[in-house]
Design a protein around this ligand. Structure first.
Ligand code: HEC
Length: 162
């Protein structure tokens, strides 16, 4: 019985005997590999379909509003804002989500931030100066500030409390 497991001393017959065993291992290996890849893709898909809940609420809100999208494009595409700001991290200027969080409770957040965008700011977050943006109109600044405040998880009109 166990004799059949022993390697044959003669290389020619050894190669012949090994072929089916090797291909069986190859099959097992392929199935295991497919399983790992499949599970990985499933996991990635799950992450794509279900992102962080706070992101979903804000994103849904923005997706539904051309006004908010206009504000977003003004900030992220048409101006120099992204030179100093990012969405999450405080770099030169504070991260946009942090700004939204900070002013979430304020009724006058949009006009206040619109004014700051046009007139510049210093001393609210640190000692670095945010320059004025006189070329930005009042209407554009309010669109920008409106989008900024829509990022805040503290004001999700789409997902109001029960
Ligand atoms: C040169 C770098 C720079 C650029 C360009 C810039 N910012 Fe800023 N921003 C800053 C800094 C620094 C601060 C923090 C100022 C402070 O502490 O008062 C800031 C603060 C802010 C604030 C918060 C103000 C407050 O009172 O809390 C908003 C809103 C803002 N920026 C929006 C924008 C928008 C919109 C643009 C594009 C039109 C922009 N920023 C362009 C550097 C910049």
């Amino acid at each position: 019985m166990s004799d059949s497991q022993h390697p044959d001393p003669q290389p020619s017959t050894d190669a012949d005997n090994d072929t089916p065993r090797r291909s069986r291992w190859l099959g097992v290996l392929i199935v295991a590999f497919a399983l790992v890849v499949g599970l990985g893709m499933f996991n990635i898909g799950r992450l794509i379909i279900r992102p962080k809940p706070e992101v979903t609420a804000a994103d849904r809100l923005i997706e539904a509003s051309p006004q908010l999208q206009k504000g977003r494009d003004l900030v992220t595409r048409s101006s120099d804002c992204m030179r100093c700001h990012t969405m999450e991290l405080d770099v030169v200027g504070p991260g946009f989500r942090n700004i939204a969080k900070r002013y979430a409770g304020r009724d006058d957040a949009v006009p206040y931030l619109a004014r700051k965008i046009r007139e510049g700011s210093v001393g609210e977050w640190g000692r670095i100066v945010m320059p004025r943006h006189p070329q930005i109109t009042q209407e554009q600044a309010e669109l920008m500030a409106g989008w900024l405040m829509a990022l805040s998880p503290a004001t999700p009109p789409a997902a109001s409390a029960p």
